[in-house]
Design a protein around this ligand. Structure first.
Ligand SMILES: Cc1cc2nc3c(=O)[nH]c(=O)nc-3n(C[C@H](O)[C@H](O)[C@H](O)COP(=O)(O)OP(=O)(O)OC[C@H]3O[C@@H](n4cnc5c(N)ncnc54)[C@H](O)[C@@H]3O)c2cc1C
Length: 375
């Protein structure tokens, strides 16, 4: 029978051992508190102390040096324990992974151990009020000042800007080239205003008013910003985080309907389950490539598009079919996973590149590879 068992459930002994270790830490971590307050930081610190928050990173930076495929068990376990995931995605999978692959040794040594320990956090300042899908038109300026720069501009829709210590920030330098910076958010010239969101975590507008950054805050080399951000976006588009959410929500919906399941419901769940298996295959393919040091924009776009569309469909399906069953959390004050699902679903199809842009990327890459497209 086709099952929606976790992708890595039956894998080899070292992965099972890693999962057991993570489960042991999570069993002792203040999970309920994290869920009640939607604040994953205590859980991050517990995992970080055990070297389990970024297991795919080298030991020298606080990881375990395991493969991306193996490290996926952490993301699965966080989802299955309903620990809010965005801070981990931003700090480890996006900001940390970008530094690991694109920053110099000094910047890596300065920031990665804190990220892996769960004692400091990262966020992303890419989008602007007039630059979202097309980041190449962004207008934040990096003006030369001594041997460093002063940043001027407004960034928007940043998640966790208030909590994070540092942000990846893309800006246009004096040569009109895009340069990527790691900006300290606690210093002068940074103003952070929340923008209410449907999901639990607010968006933020971040105004940079002459923020001083040094040459050591440039990620990679000046003018390489665009090439690095293309990689950052691919790290963000493995689909893993959306796939595990889809899996968690499908399980919650199945559980919710247990006892009152009609044949129509069962067929609906089976249909979604089959697509979950397909989604898992796409995700595993992208992670396997990362383990080989390869980035495939095409496969990442497909994984991001398919997993987010599926997760959103599961969320809507659950809201529609489980609507007459009380959505009551097991523990008082703790968010119901299907309520979280309904509120996160719309944003998933937009963040990190909209579904339309993923299809656009896929179509463009097909065209570039010489495929004939008829009107
Ligand atoms: C939950 C969430 C979290 C986010 N977190 C962050 C963050 O931490 N940091 C950050 O910098 N940004 C963040 N964003 C912003 C996000 O990256 C942008 O919203 C996204 O890139 C889309 O940009 P936009 O909102 O300006 O929409 P637009 O680019 O204006 O697009 C509007 C609509 O037009 C469509 N469209 C645009 N261009 C094309 C095209 N060429 N072909 C077909 N359709 C097109 C889009 O698909 C979309 O439906 C987040 C957004 C969300 C929803």
């Amino acid at each position: 029978m086709l099952t929606s068992e976790l992708l890595w459930e039956h894998s080899e002994a070292p992965v099972r051992a890693l999962r057991d270790e993570i489960r042991e830490v999570l069993a002792a971590a203040p999970i309920a508190e994290a869920r009640r307050r939607r604040d994953p930081r205590p859980v991050h610190r517990a995992l970080g102390a055990a070297g389990l928050l970024a297991p795919q990173w080298p030991v020298e930076y606080g990881g375990r040096g395991v493969s991306h495929v193996s490290a996926a068990v952490l993301v699965e376990e966080l989802a299955m324990h309903d620990v809010p995931d965005l801070l981990h995605t931003l700090t480890v999978s996006i900001v940390g992974t970008t530094l690991l692959n694109c920053a110099g040794p000094e910047m890596r040594a300065r920031h990665l151990p804190g990220f892996a320990a769960g004692t400091s956090y990262g966020c992303v300042l890419f989008s602007e009020p007039h630059a979202g899908s097309d980041l190449s038109v962004l207008s934040t300026r990096a003006v030369r000042h001594g041997d460093g720069y002063r940043l001027h501009g407004t960034k928007t829709h940043s998640i966790f800007a208030r909590l994070a210590d540092h942000a990846l920030c893309l800006a246009r330098d004096d040569d009109d080239a895009l340069t990527l910076f790691l900006v300290p958010l606690g210093g002068g010239g940074v103003r952070i205003e929340p923008i209410p969101a449907l999901m639990d975590d607010d968006f933020h507008e971040v105004t940079l008013d002459g923020v001083a950054v040094g040459p050591g805050d440039v990620v990679g080399e000046p003018g390489q910003g665009w090439a690095i951000v293309v990689k950052t976006l691919a790290y963000e588009r493995t689909g893993l985080d959306y796939y595990v959410k889809a899996l968690r929500w499908h399980r919650a919906a199945t559980e919710r309907l247990r006892g009152g399941l009609t044949q129509h419901d069962a067929i609906g769940l089976a249909r979604l389950n089959t697509r979950l298996v397909a989604a898992g295959t796409l995700v595993r393919r992208v992670l396997t490539r990362l383990d080989r040091g390869e980035l495939n924009e095409d496969e990442a776009a497909a994984a991001k598009w398919y997993t987010t569309e599926l997760a959103a469909e599961i969320a809507w399906w659950a809201a529609e079919h489980g609507g007459d069953l009380a959505m009551i959390a097991e523990e008082e004050g703790v968010a119901d996973p299907l309520d979280v699902a309904a509120r996160e679903a719309p944003g998933m199809r937009i963040s990190g590149g909209t579904s339309e842009m993923m299809l656009e990327t896929l179509a463009r890459l097909r065209l570039d590879s010489g495929a004939e497209v008829r009107p």
